[in-house]
Structure formats: C-alpha cells, structure tokens
Design a protein around this ligand. Sequence first.
Ligand code: FES
Ligand code: FES
Length: 230
Amino acid sequence: MPDQPSHPAADVHLPADVDTSRRGFMQSTLLAVGASQLPLASANAAPASSATPPVPVVPPRAVTLHINGADHQLSIEPRVTLLDALREVLHLTGTKKGCDRGQCGACTVLVDGRRVNSCLTLAVMQQGAKITTIEGIARGQELAPIQAAFIEHDAFQCGYCTPGQICSAVACIAEMKAGTASAVTPDVRQQTVAFTDPEIRERMSGNLCRCGAYNNIVTAIQAASTQTRA
Ligand code: FES
Ligand code: FES
C-alpha cells in the first residue's frame, strides 16, 4: 500500500529544542520585547538618590454657602466640588453621585434657580449663590407639587436618579413658563412654549434613569406643570 501524501508543512523540520506550542511562542516573544525595553527602561529610571517631588498642598479656605435658605460656613480646599461639599461635608446626601463627570444628572441642584451638575462646579465658585438641593424642594412638611406628582404617577423605581430629576424638573417647568426656547421648540421667535412631551423630554435629556422611568417622569412633570402654570 503506497504511503499517504504528506502535508507540505509536515516537511518542515524544526530543531528538537524549539518549542512550537502557542504558549512557548508567546513566552519567547514577551521575553524578546522585554529584553528590547531593558536599556530604555534603565535609561529612563530615576536616579536612586532623587526624592519623590512633594505633592503641593493647598490649604483649606473659609467658604460660605447659602443652601436651602440657610448659610453654611465651611473650611474646604478650593478643589472640592459642590457635590462633595454637599454630601461629604454638610451631609446633605439627597443629592446623588452617579458618574461624577457631568454625564448622568444625578447630582443636579439648583443654583439661582438654574440647573447645575454639582459634580462639575467647585464649591468655592458658588459663594453668594442661592443653592437649592432636593432637601429644600418641599415646603416645610408639605411636598412640592412636583414631588407629589412623582409619587402619584409612579415616576421612580429605585429612586437613585429622582432627586436630580426633581430638581431638574423644577427648573424645566420654570424655563417653559418663561418661554425659553429649546432645541425642539418649533418657532423660537414665539414668546410662549407649549408644554408638550417632546419639549419636556428634550429639556430633561440630561437626567438619565437606569430604571427607565422616563414615561412616568414626563407624565409627572406634565401634571405638576399644570398645577403651577396658573
Ligand atoms: S454625578 Fe454629576 S452628572 Fe453624574
Ligand atoms: S428610578 Fe432608578 S435610576 Fe431612575
């Protein structure tokens, strides 16, 4: 019986000491790369005698924040965000930290009636401003209309985004009442803005909800805006 024809690759003969496995190939490649970096690494290495440069220390400074109708005296570093000042220093933990980089809206508070991502502003920048957090939305023991509407229309599930949604909704309603145009306003020359769902969705688009309660949030804002429009 004739021999089976051999595959061309089978004719390549390697020395017995060459490791043909994938792992062996990777190990030898990494070793080669590592070896090629050695002179560079040693050239870039800091001299053993050089000391680590000292981390600059910025001393805390006195800051007064006007929050929910009361002045708060703080001593904080200038680099502290308003969000961290609220949560970590003043323990106003209703304001939530989601992304800490201006992408989720969980940290929204009102500064002079306008929406601000408190993770994107420094506390020292807000001296003299009127800050309202979720703790200041209710009227004493009475819920604000937007809070009552969120409950009535089941506009939250886990509730993590809710403080930011509510603060944002307060400003959103005020913007529409003031006739401020948005990206979806059909005619920006008109002085009135229709309280439509697209207007509300556009204006609330900076507030994300992982639970996806958006439909009910829009319904709640519609309901609250009806009460506060008169
Ligand atoms: S925590 Fe500020 S926008 Fe997400
Ligand atoms: S209710 Fe859960 S993230 Fe919005």
